[in-house]
Design a protein around this ligand. Sequence first.
Ligand code: HAM
Length: 420
Amino acid sequence: MPRFTRPKGTQDILPEDQPYWAHVQAVVAQMAQSYGFERIDVPMFESTELFARGVGEGTDIVDKEMYSFKDKGDRDMTLRPEFTAGVMRAYVENGMHVQPKPVRLFSTGPIFRYEEPQAGRYRQFHQFNAEIIGVAGAIADLETMLLAWDIYAAFSFKDLSFQLNSTGCPACKPAYLKVLQEYYGDYHDVVCEDCRRRIVSNPLRVLDCKQYQCQPVIAAAPRITDHLCEGCAQHFSELREYLDVLGKPYTLNHRLVRGLDYYTKTVFEVWAEGIGAQSAVCGGGRYDGLVELLDGPATPAVGFAAGLERVILVMKAQGISVPALPQPPVYLAYLGDISRQHAVRLLADLRAVGIGTQIAMQGSLRSQLRQADKREAKFVVIIGDDEIERGEVTLRDMASGDQSTVAAAAVVTLLRDRLP
Ligand code: HAM
């Protein structure tokens, strides 16, 4: 065991995995841009207060999972446990609310949560996050859901489905929570200890409890969708109509409440085959009260985030291949001290005209050629002390194995002509 190992729940993304990351990051960014979203990057840490307020005291994220610390100026800081609060802080702070609506923003980057690691669950992971700000209508909910869906479809994911619910709004949610609390009052001795606590501190979360003894209680619990106010019911049915028109499969899941406090009305997840228990590849919903909670003007908004590790896990499980990353096409090998000097000059000349080139650094010619093969070079220039005295080098085409002697002075032009 080495003395230094990576922290629990973090990963090293090794070169062999980088093609997956490059592909996934490129596809999500391209897709978001083609749907009209603009990129925004926000800090990896923010004031602890922002997340406590935005995500909500009493949520698992805020109570148990934040990487919080005091900086050297005695300020309370937290590594971001999600994007939305930071993006909305930036929206308010930078006066973006004066822009024409909707404002559509996307981000990608690392997220930090102190969770118990398992397959598909880490303490440092990456999200793709998208938000549509400034539209109250269900068309914006639909558009975020379509982006989520189309991203997974673009990766050829199998067995996609939406899980869908509405969590109401400040007009109808409090009355529903009372009904739920009354109902749970009858089962106080049956449900788990966590639920006895949650029904007081964060009642909706009892609905996604995984404990065995709570399942029958949840199954028979009053459903929020039967207690929505007219506005929420109308919004929810409009969204479902859109999904029906487009033929997108969704399951109404009254247990879907999500782990963040800011949601109002729509909540959804996309589930896909391939990651077992962690079947949610992304999740999101509407959060009409958050901008105001962060001292901005009342602004409706909706969005989602996708865990990129889970995307890559599913891609691997479903055998989806990705393009290889480009390698420098030219490799310079040489035999002795004099030829090394020529090789160094040729290296600079090739790079100066934009031809990606690597130079051997050590080893016999044989091992240099093995390296060139491993690095998938298209051409190898072999420079020998005798040849270079005659003003010549050897050029090998690695695909065909053809090898020829060419004038050293012509090799740059020759390679430029032969490479795409
Ligand atoms: P979330 O459901 O907490 O939502 O996270 C979104 C996605 O991040 C999950 O569906 C999952 O793919 C991934 N994820 C979450 N935790 C982990 C973990 N420990 N390891 C690996 N992947 C993980 C949010 O974060 C909301 N901010 C989404 C949102 C944006 N709602 C509105 N706008």
